[in-house]
Design a protein around this ligand. Sequence first.
Ligand code: SAM
Length: 271
Amino acid sequence: MTERVALTGVAETMLATLYGKALQSRGPSPLLPDEQAERAVERIDYDFAKLKIDTKTALATALRALYLDRWAGQALNERPNAVVLHLGCGLDSRYHRIAPGPEVSWYDVDYPEVIEIRRRLFSDEPGYHQVAASVVDPAWLAAVPADRPGVIVAEGLVQYLTRDQISVLLTRLAAHFPSGVVMFDAWNSLAMRSGTRQRAIKAVGAQLGGFGINDPHVIEGLAPGLHFDTEQTFLNVPELARLSKPSQMMFRAMDRIPAVRSMGRLLRYRF
Ligand SMILES: C[S@@+](CC[C@H](N)C(=O)[O-])C[C@H]1O[C@@H](n2cnc3c(N)ncnc32)[C@H](O)[C@@H]1O
């Protein structure tokens, strides 16, 4: 049975990350095996070719997801009864990849049109919930337990939010839980300027939020209570050894230019 999807703009971008993960997973010795992504791509009736995802983009998507999985897994080891908010989840199967312990409550949150498709592929189960809402809508958070540590993960989301939305959202989330950790990928202003030229973003006509994060500490000023913990860049990671020698040399050269190194990176904050 195939699933028809009719998405536009930012909601449609989740088909690009899904396809990147599936493509990478299908290849020999995948970095991030993701059978759920492979199965979803087979079931969804959509012209994935129009997104022009090549093997390098697929690798970059899988790398970002892999490192976020590691951070999220580590955060859950430290907080076995955490409440996870996976914001802008798209069709990502992080819940199934991480397989959290029984004390964890997990909330996958995305726009109603995305969650409607998601529900055709994944069912709610004890401890696992899919929430159909804009992440910036304050209403849905009322149903989320507030008496346990929070683990907040957002992959491919923050670049679509404005500076004010990021500030209000992170401030609200940090106030909701007694303590916790927030992790997300962020673009700097150089990436924000060139982002609209990215093939998948252009293909779906998604609007970027316009706020480039050059200094991770700027978030501490936007969301009081958050403390910058660490960052992860990707131009120097051991997993790049699977690329050709010329590509590796190119990434090493790019890594030496600070503004290029921090075009796309993971940031982690504690509260
Ligand atoms: C690039 S996709 C990433 C999807 C998924 N995290 C992944 O890595 O495969 C961006 C996702 O963020 C969602 N998104 C963007 N703005 C949102 C908002 N204000 N509220 C809820 N979801 C949002 C989109 O619908 C889309 O699913």
